[in-house]
Write a protein that binds this ligand. Structure first.
Ligand code: NAI
Length: 487
């Protein structure tokens, strides 16, 4: 992390202050700067927030390393013999830190280039337009016409499993990669749990994931979640569903965990782990903000409510990103930040009203989804038309020696309009862009099937899944469609 900036000013009069320099906050600040506003961005920690420092960027750097490790282990199958894989944990951690620093410095450069002033400090409302900023050197006062709250979220800590940062950890600790445990217990089969299960398995840990609910990635299309579960198991990750962890007992350098449920045949089971990662969700961060002085409050879960212009109930105060509720995703926060900046700058049309927000889970292979799952579509009363294409039938996937996965499209049988796209595949996070555009443009399954996709690529499988929905995919034996295929 860079050295803290010394500053002389104690009084700041600005058009807008952005509290929080994570992906939401820095987007809002840069857009405000682009629009000629006098803008100050403050954060008690490093520029970039969770995304750049502890979340998206460092975890993806580690996942990339893990993916290469997998390729090296699989190389002999392709006629390459790189020898035994030796893992240099410190060098990997340095690679991750270098990536983080490059991104953080990039945002700082963008701040400078867009006349965004940045200050370190803890912000606290005095009134809707006045903020006290506790800095290292004392207290600054900010008077702002507009305020954007972009304070994000933090891991939920569970009292019964007290975090010590080395044996019982959360995702902020896990990303530091200070050691690789021989046995790792991951509590929570959500996005964070599965991404770290992937990282640590690749680095040689034996990983058990325990999920309280009957599926991993709850809320994801059930077939997709099951497909990922099967792939992870093949990779050596043990997964127990409908199982809960009771006691965690520290015993010297290890932790004894007791758990019970479907995964243990209903009996109490106790195992010893070198490390336990608690990944059971994230909570909004508003501590120290003194929201009441601004006339604001949070809902019963701690989130701040906003409208489509990102306005809170106090006219000059906006809130964006994780602090406004689910889904807790950086790309949602980024777009919301831009909307808030444009509304503050006088736009009457700016609004955050996407048809769907994509979700990417960086397991190996990745899972990417956008729109409705089959279950959600049915629950909403749609008569669904499903199109599926297994990666095993993709020529390109075979050339990559990566044929585990599938593409699943959910359509409305009445109108043929696409409702959801779900992908388990390498590069799924890039492929899903096609689903986002298709949903925003109101594309039908037929539109997707008729669009000429390049060959040989993984995206062809999206086209074939759309064709499969009409019983006319070429590279699979088509299931009989409910409605006869049109010629
Ligand atoms: P999550 O809500 O996705 O998953 C937590 C899981 O823990 C749930 O499945 C829940 O049933 C389970 N759980 C809760 N209590 C439990 C217990 N006592 N025993 C066993 N299981 C238990 O939360 P997660 O994974 O911590 O992620 C938080 C947020 O961060 C998510 O909303 C996600 O969208 C976001 N995120 C997004 C990423 C991405 O886009 N790639 C990466 C990391 C986080």
């Amino acid at each position: 992390m860079g050295a803290r900036k010394e500053h002389e000013l104690t009084d700041h009069q600005v058009d807008a202050v952005v509290i929080g320099a994570g992906p939401g906050g820095y987007h809002a600040a840069i857009r405000l700067g682009q629009l000629g506003k006098k803008v100050l961005c403050v954060d008690r920690d490093e520029v970039g927030g969770v995304c750049l420092n502890w979340g998206c960027i460092p975890t993806k750097a580690l996942l990339h390393v893990g993916e290469i490790a997998r390729h090296i282990r699989g190389a002999p199958e392709l006629g390459l013999n790189p020898g035994e894989l030796r893992i240099d944990r410190e060098r990997i951690a340095k690679f991750k830190t270098d990536v983080v620093n490059a991104n953080v410095n990039g945002v700082k450069t963008l701040f400078k280039g867009n006349n965004v002033e940045f200050l370190y400090g803890q912000a606290s409302f005095k009134s809707p337009t006045e903020i006290a900023l506790k800095t290292k050197g004392g207290e600054d006062r900010i008077t702002a016409k507009h305020v954007v709250i972009a304070t994000g979220s933090a891991p939920v800590d569970v009292k019964a499993w007290p975090r010590d940062g080395t044996t019982i950890i959360n995702s902020d600790d896990a990303v530091k990669l200070e050691s690789t445990p021989k046995e790792l217990l991951v509590i929570g089969g959500g996005v964070i749990g599965l991404e770290f299960a992937t990282i640590y398995t690749r680095l040689g840990a034996k990983v058990l994931v325990i999920e309280a609910l009957p599926q991993i990635l709850t809320g994801t299309d059930v077939e997709v979640s099951k497909a990922l579960g099967r792939i992870l198991k093949k990779q050596g990750v043990e997964i127990m569903l409908s199982t809960t962890v009771g006691k965690l007992e520290k015993d010297g350098k290890v932790v004894k965990a007791t758990f019970k449920g479907e995964g243990t045949g209903g009996k109490d089971e106790t195992r010893t782990f070198e490390m336990v990662l608690v990944a059971v969700g994230r909570r909004p961060v508003t501590d120290g903000l003194n929201l009441a002085a601004a006339g604001l409050s949070t809902d019963d879960k701690g989130f701040i409510s906003v409208d489509q212009q990102m306005r809170t109930k106090v006219g000059n105060i906006f809130a964006i990103g994780d602090v406004t509720g689910a889904p807790l995703l950086a790309h949602r926060a980024m777009k919301q930040g831009v909307v808030a900046a444009e509304v503050i700058s006088g736009s009457r049309s700016a609004a955050f009203d996407p048809i769907a927000i994509p979700n990417c889970i960086y397991t190996d292979p990745e899972v990417a989804t956008v729109g409705l799952s089959e279950e959600e579509a049915k629950a909403k009363g749609y008569d669904v038309r499903i199109g599926k294409f297994p990666l095993a039938a993709s020529g390109r996937a075979r050339t990559m020696n990566e044929s585990d996965g599938l593409i699943k499209l959910v359509g409305d049988a009445k109108t043929d309009v696409l409702l959801g796209m779900h992908i388990v595949a390498p590069q799924a996070e890039s492929m899903i862009g096609e689903g986002v555009i298709a949903l925003e443009m109101g594309a039908t399954l037929e539109d997707i099937g008729l669009s000429v996709h390049p060959h040989p690529t993984l995206t062809e499988s999206i086209m074939e899944a759309a064709e499969a929905a009409h019983g006319k995919a070429i590279h699979i034996l088509n299931p009989k469609p409910k409605t006869p295929a049109a010629v």
